[in-house]
Write a protein of this length. Structure first.
Lengths: 207, 259
């Protein structure tokens, strides 16, 4: 009865799919099809299990070979970089966030180096947060590559660095700054407030 | 409507080559833009002294630029159907070198999917030495298909397991934090019901992507939605490389669904 109410074209389409499904999975008994079904079933089961993290320097550098394909999967804690500068009179500025916000252009679909660079810098901050979390006892975070690169990012932000045409920090000029300091804060996306994860030492701008 | 093997190979080569060409142009521009990355610091992460020494030379300005220009030229050759085994090996090796230069990834998932495409290309040419080229390409395109479908499947199912995605709240929050964000106060994506509808729509579409293999017409529909989806991801998050990297896998999916 229901099938008779369907428009003819849709009915034909669905009946073909049903036949195709039947042929592929039951009648055809194609090895490839069975393997594919088994693979996705296993994948679904694996996703429900608690996943172990495997670490190692080569694994980190070659992690592209083991993609987990979990994009934007949950509202976990997110790391944010903040910087401040000290002027010649010893006065410290307010803290300013270094977070990529750039104007959209349709041409970016073809060529988008500034935005991609900004996103890679934000990833760097996330990596530093992970390194802090995983830091071994008695280890010094300042020895980590992620720390040293974020320090360069913070220094560049204070020195007027840009992502293309957009300054890393929206603030009045810090041209007379002599020292800087950075902070990594953790926030829960979609919720107010944050917590301090790292406060760097105060460092001269021009070593 | 079926996509036959020669057509699938050509479309795959053109789209993958185009994606590589755009990436190479961006890498060339990044040399002037990036004031943070510094190989002298990053080299400490490479565990092998011998590899480190080789990379020290390669990442000097002139050899690095040479590698990027060569990559662009090979990408063009791939688009023109002139890339053989040597080109495939070189493109794969350069992808690895770029991953090492950018601490494992420059642009996350798009680097991973680019590597999938290049692995498929390499598979086709290496297997082609031992069996007939058609069979080798068949295996290579299936490899790309399974990886691409897995990416959608995993992405969809992990969202389905998260309450913040099921309510639609996660979508609004992520859009607010996008590089082109935040959303305007009056954006329709702030409407909870619409956000929930979009979330469920995209989550189910991603999670059900493997059924595209059942019928090529289904595959066309899934790939068409995927094109819109990746364009929206670019529009809100600036991820242009994702758009091209995933698009380059669609000929493989259409071919596999045509089987």
């Amino acid at each position: 009865m229901t099938a008779n109410c369907s428009p003819p074209r849709i009915r034909r389409f669905t009946s073909r799919i049903e036949a195709s499904t039947f042929n592929t999975i039951i009648q055809g008994m194609e090895f490839t099809a069975l393997l594919t079904v088994a693979y996705f079933v296993l994948l679904a089961v694996a996703l429900r299990k608690r996943q172990r993290t495997v670490n190692g320097p080569w694994l980190f550098l070659l992690r592209a070979f083991f993609p987990n394909w979990q994009f934007f999967h949950g509202l976990g804690p997110a790391a944010r970089l903040w910087v401040r500068a000290q002027d010649g009179q010893g006065q410290w500025s307010l803290w300013h966030p270094v977070y990529p916000r750039l104007p959209r252009q349709a041409s970016h679909l073809l060529h988008n180096p500034a935005v991609n660079l900004a996103l890679s810098h934000q990833n760097l901050v996330e990596h530093l947060a992970t390194d802090i979390h995983d830091l071994a006892e008695n280890a010094d975070i300042r020895d980590c590559v992620s720390y040293q690169l974020v320090m360069r990012l913070a220094r560049d932000a204070v020195q007027g660095g840009r992502w293309g045409d957009i300054p890393l920090v929206e603030q009045p000029s810090w041209s007379s700054a002599e020292a800087f300091q950075f902070e990594v804060r953790l926030l829960r996306l979609g919720q107010p407030g944050d917590e301090q994860l790292l406060l760097s030492p105060q460092m001269p701008l021009r070593p | 409507m079926n996509l036959d093997l020669p057509m699938a190979i050509r479309a795959f080569e053109i789209l993958l080559g185009w994606s590589l060409l755009l990436q190479s142009a961006e890498y060339l521009r990044l040399r002037a833009l990036d004031r943070v990355g510094d190989w002298r610091i990053q080299r400490a992460e490479v565990p092998s002294a011998r590899v480190r020494q080789g990379l020290d030379w390669l990442y000097q300005p002139a050899p690095y630029a040479g590698m990027l220009w060569l990559r662009a030229a090979l990408a063009l050759a791939l688009m023109l159907g002139q890339a053989g085994l040597g080109s495939a090996v070189l493109l794969f090796a350069m992808a690895l070198l770029l991953l090492l230069r950018w601490r494992g990834a420059f642009n996350g998932g798009s680097d991973f999917m680019t590597l999938v495409g290049l692995t498929g290309l390499l598979l086709a040419h290496v297997l082609g030495l031992f069996t007939n080229p058609a069979r080798a390409w068949h295996v290579a395109l299936w490899y790309v298909t399974v990886q691409s479908l897995s990416s959608y499947f995993v992405s969809g199912w992990v969202k389905l397991m998260r309450p913040e995605w099921r309510t639609g709240r996660a979508m609004t929050v992520f859009l607010d934090n996008g590089v082109y964000g935040p959303l305007s106060d009056r954006s329709i994506y702030r409407w909870p019901r619409l956000a929930m509808l979009c979330s469920w729509g995209f989550t189910l579409w991603e999670g059900l992507f493997p059924i595209a293999l059942l019928d090529v017409r289904l595959a066309v529909v899934f790939c068409a939605i995927a094109t819109v989806f990746h364009f929206l991801v670019f529009w809100f998050f600036g991820l242009n490389r994702f758009f091209w990297a995933w698009l380059s896998t669609f000929p493989a999916i259409l071919y596999a669904a045509s089987g």
